[in-house]
Design a protein around this ligand. Sequence first.
Ligand code: ATP
Length: 138
Amino acid sequence: TERTLVLIKPDGVARRFVGEILGRVERKGLSITALELKTADEAIAATHYAEHEGRPFYPGLLEFITSGPLVAAVLEGPRAIAAFRQLAGGTDPVEKAVPGSIRADLALDGQQNLVHGSDSVESAEREIALWFPHLARG
Ligand code: ATP
């Protein structure tokens, strides 16, 4: 089994898609093993997106991700990382996400794309330790 860190970004909470998105996660067969509504401060947002520092979209991304409450979750299951990224669809909801995915079905914008999911085991462990320190391993 594997675990992944998922965010329902502030647009997803504002648009009242928490139930819709968690429903898709549950229908896929992934387990929700941690779940919390919180508002990200600048420090946690900057650490979460540290790999994008210096990109032109980075300041706007931090502003967006700290703009209101989000849902942070840990999902577990076989191939949970890839499974959630399949559910999410590609980063750009129009150009990349395939129909049937969360982003393709419910979003239009390349920044306000509803969800985040870890992209590797290393990212997942780093992100879980950041958002849920009590669940950090090793
Ligand atoms: P996430 O990390 O949120 O799951 P991702 O892995 O699909 O998304 P990344 O390339 O890691 O995509 O980008 C992280 C986030 O930064 C995107 O989900 C999106 O919100 C934002 N972003 C990425 N590229 C752009 C862009 N060109 N313009 C605006 N925002 C962007």
